[in-house]
Design a protein around this ligand. Structure first.
Ligand code: GLC
Length: 575
């Protein structure tokens, strides 16, 4: 189980209102107590923070806001002492416009080797005043930014002619995030060296940002659609048809990276690779259909890819079943385990998302003027969704604070919003700030224990204090204790690598019930006799349903006379 730490918002050791690496290191024991195997840390590199660090100016240094390289070393060392693996975020699709390469590109001439590391093109129209093609940025507006105007020359007779057309550069995200040209070997060499830099410092893997975007279709043809990244609905997700996404050429890049990572896998006494020390690659690839997504996790490419089907599914039994079964089908094709995720720094937190009307497409942020989620069913469903998810074989990803049931901040004032998507869309897209609010540790401390000064780069809603860690630790029935129980049982019963089948019989056949049986093998030396049989049952219907016979191990909410009420999930040890 991998826990995502968003460094700006997890723990702030120096009180400046922005979380930092020493803050993370100090809080690592919390993750051990929770039952986490690894943490993934969102970008902490030197960055002007045009996109909260996903705009990297120096891949080999830490931003002073977060600390220093020696703070990173200390974090990695302490995590390893505690038995936690560390996955860092790699942002290869684009750099910051402040990166030395981009600054050199701007200073150089069109056609120069400096410009060839990015996607500079002449504009359309007689003077090049129109963007080179019609691509739209994920963050709204054109995906092209003009780097310099046309060079006009007076012909001596009072007329001018165009000596050089205006040049533009491609930015699929913000104009402060110019896209690299991955057909350039220099770019490939640079990132291989960046991988080695962090592998040498001891990191256990990389989460690869926008892994489906690195290669663009030859000739950059017009597309006539917005380069949406994470469609607001499963159906809206882009397919391989888009010229900027999921081009076949990306796979060669990941095969090369895999070879580099494998060089770092330690060997056992007999010379064979030790899987316990394997360094891993995880793709953030919003790709449809699932068969295309599965290509990223072929045996010589990445180890895992985020599977967003469950996150995108509507709160209906048939949709959840379809998302789950599709996920297994896709990954079975390549023999890789699937992954599970309900929340991250880019989507509305699931405690709030699931409190919206069921048919509503997944929102891109929630603002004060939008219909507000209903908190009580939201949290009840969120706990049930997590209970179902953590029974599933594969790797589960949790996002900081979801273990407290933290909701989205749905009433942030516009003037504190920082998401470039909010600003570039003139507020049409609310954006992701509401999912990125500083963590709540202690109810009565300043900024709910995020630091000791009370400063916070985004304000916390009042409810965060009530939900703080110290209000939930050891409290029976709290969301935090539910997560701890689920994670302990998941490990004890070997569910992460269990076999899965639909559960038949009892009320499991009701159309409103999602029910599976998991056969798990706890521990490596276990035999068939040690196998555990666990049922996971989720009821989405209005009436309570009977649970299968056996011991109820955990439930996401109170049972009703031994029966499973609506929007509740439970695990049962089958006899
Ligand atoms: C990924 C990140 C997101 C970022 C974008 C551009 O989707 O998760 O936060 O804005 O890439 O780097």
């Amino acid at each position: 189980m991998i826990y995502q730490v968003y460094p700006r918002s997890w723990a702030d050791s120096d009180g400046d209102g922005i979380g930092d690496l020493p803050g993370i290191t100090a809080r690592l024991p919390y993750l051990v107590d929770l039952g986490v195997d690894a943490l993934w840390i969102s970008p902490f590199y030197r960055s002007p923070m045009a996109d909260a660090g996903y705009d990297v100016a120096d891949y080999r240094d830490i931003d002073p806001l977060f600390g220093t390289l020696s703070d990173a070393d200390a974090l990695i060392a302490r995590a390893h002492e505690l038995g936690l693996k560390v996955i860092v975020d790699l942002v290869p699709n684009h750099t910051s416009d402040q990166h030395a390469w981009f600054q050199a590109a701007l200073a150089a001439k069109p056609g120069s080797p400096e410009r060839a590391r990015y996607l500079f093109r002449d504009g359309r129209g007689p003077r090049g005043d129109e963007p080179p093609n019609d691509w739209q940025s994920v963050f709204w507006g054109s995906a092209w930014t003009k780097a310099e105007p046309a060079v006009l020359v007076d012909d001596g007779n009072g007329a001018t002619f165009v000596k050089r057309k205006a040049q533009w550069y491609l930015n699929l995200f913000d104009s402060a995030q110019p896209d690299l040209d991955w057909s350039n070997p220099e770019v490939r060499e640079e990132f291989d060296s960046v991988l080695r830099f962090w592998l040498d410092r001891g990191v256990d893997g990389f989460r690869v940002d926008v892994a489906h975007g690195l290669v663009k279709q030859e000739g950059l043809p017009d597309w006539n659609a917005r380069a949406e990244m994470a469609g607001s609905d499963a159906e809206g997700m882009h397919t391989g048809a888009a010229p900027m996404w999921d081009q076949d050429g990306v796979h060669e890049i990941y095969r090369a990276w895999r070879r580099t990572l494998d060089e770092y896998t330690p060997t056992r006494a007999d010379g064979s690779p030790d899987p316990a020390g394997e360094r891993i690659l995880v793709a953030e690839a919003w790709v449809e259909p699932i068969e295309r997504a599965a290509l990223y996790v072929r045996s010589d490419e990445m180890h895992q890819a985020f599977n967003f089907h469950y996150l995108n599914a509507h709160w209906r039994a048939e949709d959840l079943r379809a998302a789950i079964e599709q996920s297994f089908r896709g990954n079975d094709l390549v023999g890789a385990p699937t992954t599970w995720v309900l929340s991250n720094h880019d989507v509305v937190r699931h405690a709030s998302r699931l409190g919206l009307p069921v048919d509503q497409p997944r929102p891109q942020g929630i603002g004060a003027d939008d219909p507000q989620p209903d908190a009580e069913p939201g949290l009840r469903r969120a706990r049930a969704a997590t209970t179902l998810m953590l029974a599933m074989p594969g790797s589960a990803y949790l996002y900081q604070g979801e273990e407290l049931g933290l909701p989205e901040h749905t009433a942030l004032p516009d003037d504190v919003r920082q998401d470039p998507a909010f600003h570039r869309s003139n507020g049409k897209e609310t954006g992701r700030d509401g999912a990125r609010i500083p963590m709540a540790w202690e109810a009565d401390a300043p900024a709910a224990g995020f630091n000791t000064t009370g400063e916070a780069w985004l304000p916390q809603p009042e409810v965060y204090a009530e939900l703080a860690v110290d209000r939930q630790q050891g409290v029976e029935g709290s969301t935090l204790e539910l997560y701890k129980t689920l994670l302990r049982l998941r490990r004890d019963r070997g569910l992460g690598s269990a076999g899965l089948a639909r559960l038949e019989g009892v009320d499991a056949d009701s159309p409103d019930v999602v029910a599976y049986e998991l056969v798990g093998a706890p521990g490596s030396g276990s035999t068939a006799d040690d196998a555990t049989r666990t049922a996971v049952v989720l009821n989405l219907g209005p009436e309570p349903v009977a649970l299968p016979e056996g011991e109820v191990l955990v439930a996401s909410g109170p049972l009703d006379d031994g029966r499973l009420p609506t929007d509740t999930a439970a695990w049962v040890a089958l006899a």
